[in-house]
Unconditional design. Structure first.
Ligand code: PMP
Length: 392
């Protein structure tokens, strides 16, 4: 039976990690893996999280089961940061904890399908797992162009997707810090997107995986708040794995916004049933640590400072790359200064990417995606010189 299974292609990024690890060059640069790195190239546990974990160890008195909704203190504590002052929109939003943002995306798609969605429009390129999840849940992906060649978002394409969507269609958008392009919609563009959703009644699926890593905690969700203020219902997937540095602890949340508060229990009961059949309940530890951070003013302050530092560092790297626009003509490095988050796409061909790896020890995805956080004061000049070399 099992010998009927065909081997799957190995994950390209994991293969890249292996190659990077085996490269003996001291000054090699890893721009592949999608995690934040400090100026020293490390991905440390946040200080605020360390304190919150200590508090958890000291105070947690049971590890007995929670329900499929997980830690509701965690999902509630996050809500003001995502949705603003009226965090439940008049009782119309409820959340549940999920295994990472991935679990939240999966639940959003599965719940949309249970409600009758058969197709999801999605800007491409996107996080590769979006298409995999849609296929696995059994929903058709309808692609549209996310970014234009000048490094800005293709507003016409997303508006055409929303206006062209059928009654059983949903549209999936990244809330901020688009993966893999770094290209986000401007606030004016979000305004137009919100109006299109409102006019058509198409269901928005909003994926927020890098909240606070772009322009600021409020700025990064200003766009999705415009959508939520304009539409009757929406599904929101959220990850704490980047903005709390919890990656392997798998910390995510899934929020449902209903037309009316009275409809929420039925919707939530469906999401609970789907979660139950998928993973029963989410891992507790990371969500509980985030709850501890957000309920303690001193820890919250420290978390906000840590997030500010991360964001400021990535903005500095982006500004340096943008200033090097002339040094590697044709790559439009200038656009990186206005883009957001960990990622950017460089229009390099396969040959140039191979030369960066072989001649310069610089590792990046075959798509030309770089993790901006892999660059720091000690290696950015080398990277720019290497780009100049392979593009001359
Ligand atoms: N959505 C997007 C756009 C992502 O880039 C990621 C992670 N890289 C996720 C969701 C899921 O994040 P995680 O499961 O690691 O929390």
């Amino acid at each position: 039976m099992l010998d009927r299974l065909q081997a799957q292609a190995p994950d390209a990024l994991l293969a890249l990690i292996k190659m990077h690890a085996q490269d003996p060059r001291e000054d090699k640069i890893d721009l592949g893996v999608g995690v934040y790195r400090t100026n020293e190239g490390a991905t440390p546990v946040f200080r605020s999280i360390k304190k919150a974990e200590q508090k958890l160890i000291d105070e947690q008195d049971s590890k007995s089961y929670l329900g499929p909704e997980g830690d509701t203190g965690f999902t509630a504590a996050l809500m003001p940061y995502i949705f603003g002052e009226d965090a439940t929109m008049g009782g119309r939003i409820e959340g549940m904890q999920t295994p990472g943002g991935t679990g939240a995306v999966r639940l959003a798609v599965a719940l949309a399908k249970a409600a009758g969605v058969t197709r999801v429009h999605m800007g491409v390129p996107s996080w590769p797992n979006h298409a995999q999840i849609l296929a696995d849940v059994g929903v058709e992906t309808v692609p549209f162009t996310h970014a234009k060649s000048d490094g800005t978002a293709d507003l016409e394409a997303v508006l055409a997707a929303i206006h062209g969507a059928g009654p059983n269609d949903a549209v999936l958008l990244h809330g901020c810090c688009h993966n893999p392009t770094g290209v986000d919609y401007t606030l004016d563009q979000w305004e137009a997107i919100a109006a299109a959703f409102a006019e058509t009644g198409v269901l928005p699926l909003l994926d927020i995986a890098y909240h606070g890593l772009g322009q600021g905690l409020d700025e990064d969700v200003a766009g999705i708040r415009k959508v939520l203020a304009a539409v009757p219902e929406a599904l929101i997937a959220y990850s704490c794995d980047k903005n709390f540095g919890l990656y392997r602890d798998r910390v995510g949340a899934f929020y449902m916004m209903a037309k009316e508060a009275s409809q929420l229990p039925a919707i939530v009961s469906n999401a609970n049933a789907l979660a139950r059949a998928n993973w029963s309940m989410p891992p507790d530890h990371g969500g509980a640590a985030v709850r501890n951070v957000l309920r303690d003013p001193a820890m919250t302050k420290e978390w906000l400072e840590e997030l500010d530092d991360m964001r400021a560092r990535m903005r500095r790297v982006r500004a340096r790359l943008a200033a090097a626009d002339n040094e590697a003509p044709g790559l439009n490095l200038a656009a990186l200064g206005d883009q957001n988050g960990l990622f950017a796409m460089l229009p390099l061909d396969k040959d140039q990417i191979a030369r960066l790896r072989e001649d310069h020890g610089i590792y990046m995805a075959g798509s030309g995606r770089i993790n901006v956080a892999g660059l720091h004061a000690g290696n950015t000049e080398k990277f720019i010189a290497a780009l100049a070399d392979v593009t001359k």
